[in-house]
Design a protein around this ligand. Structure first.
Ligand code: SF4
Length: 322
């Protein structure tokens, strides 16, 4: 089985049962994004490829840890030998830190508002990065919204100023104001990700009441002016009820503006627990559309230094998973 097919099938399933030798050091927690609040996840790697799988003792897919990261994945009739990757924070090779683990908004697909996590102090964040410094090549920052979008932005800017100390590329993904791209550029951020989440404004309005879809487009355009080609990203979820044609239109609109889409299979949690995960066939179809759109625009996801396009754990990424 080719890696692309295996990964799409694993992303369709979403989870794995981990057995064998103790594997604590290979288990990643998550305070944001699709796995927030879950039992943890592992990164299974085969050669230069990797996939992030949530831990679930009832999953039909099994990984047996043989010790020191060596692992076998059992999937249907296949045995795939690989290894577990040790996370920095949240993902391998990076300290990907959620500054504030709570949110005043209530996007229907997101578990963060119900978790009510706290805000980390700057000192705590500095210590976290220090503790994994020897095995990371980037720092990525995301955040919920504790009080207001503006107040959160001001706090994240302070955090980023301190993180400059490490001399590593920094990526930031927060809910933006009109000024966010300038402000992040001024404090030395390398890459930014502002998430559209939904492929159409109608779906966005249903999912994220009170948030502004047009503002995100404006902020993405401004970001490309400031950060340049291959440095601006946007998550779009696959599986919120959009058609392939709607998703393709959104992907093409992003790439024509030099924004690299991060196409994230829906993890049906929070209010969307009754939704389905997208099928492997659909994920592979979208990968082809995504690859073509990037190529037509002259964009290259292999150049990403931070965040999800560099990590590749949760999505099929053109150039990395083909
Ligand atoms: S792809 Fe993004 S959300 Fe997924 S593990 Fe990697 S950094 Fe985290």
């Amino acid at each position: 089985m080719q890696w692309k097919e295996l990964k799409s099938r694993l992303l369709e399933a979403g989870s794995v049962n981990l057995v064998g030798e103790p594997a604590e050091q290979y288990i990643a927690g998550s305070a944001a994004g699709p796995g927030a609040g879950s039992e943890g996840a592992v990164f299974f790697a085969m050669g230069g490829h990797r996939v992030r799988l949530a831990l679930d003792p009832f999953s039909p897919i099994e990984i047996t840890h043989r010790g020191t990261g060596v692992a076998d994945l059992y999937f249907e009739d296949n045995l795939i030998s690989g290894r577990l990757l040790e996370p920095g924070f949240h993902c391998p090779d990076q300290a990907f830190i959620t500054v504030t683990g709570s949110c005043i908004f209530h996007c229907r697909y997101c578990p963060v508002p119900t978790l009510g996590g706290r805000r980390k102090s700057i000192e705590e964040i500095m210590q976290m990065v220090e503790s994994v410094r020897h095995r990371i090549h980037a720092i990525s920052i995301t955040s919920g919204v504790l009080e207001s979008i503006g107040e959160e932005e001001a706090y994240v800017l302070e955090v980023v100023k301190h993180l400059g100390f490490f001399g590593l590329p920094i990526g930031v993904s927060i809910y933006p104001t009109e000024k966010t791209p300038e402000l992040l550029k001024d404090v030395g951020v390398a890459e930014v990700k502002f998430n559209l989440e939904a492929a159409t404004p109608e779906i966005f309005a249903k999912m994220c009441a009170g948030l502004d879809y047009d503002l995100i487009w404006q902020v993405l355009d401004r970001s490309v002016e400031l950060f340049g080609k291959n440095r601006v990203f946007s998550n779009v979820i696959i599986g919120l009820g959009e058609t392939d044609a709607e998703l393709e239109a959104c992907i093409r609109k992003l790439t024509s503006r030099w924004v690299i889409p991060v196409l994230r299979p829906l993890n049906p949690v929070a209010e969307l627990a009754s939704f389905s995960r997208p099928s492997a066939e659909r994920l592979e179809r979208i990968l082809e559309i995504h690859s073509e759109a990037l190529e037509d625009a002259g964009l290259d996801p292999l150049l990403a230094q931070t965040m999800c396009t560099n990590c590749t754990g949760c999505d099929l990424v053109p150039g990395r998973d083909e």
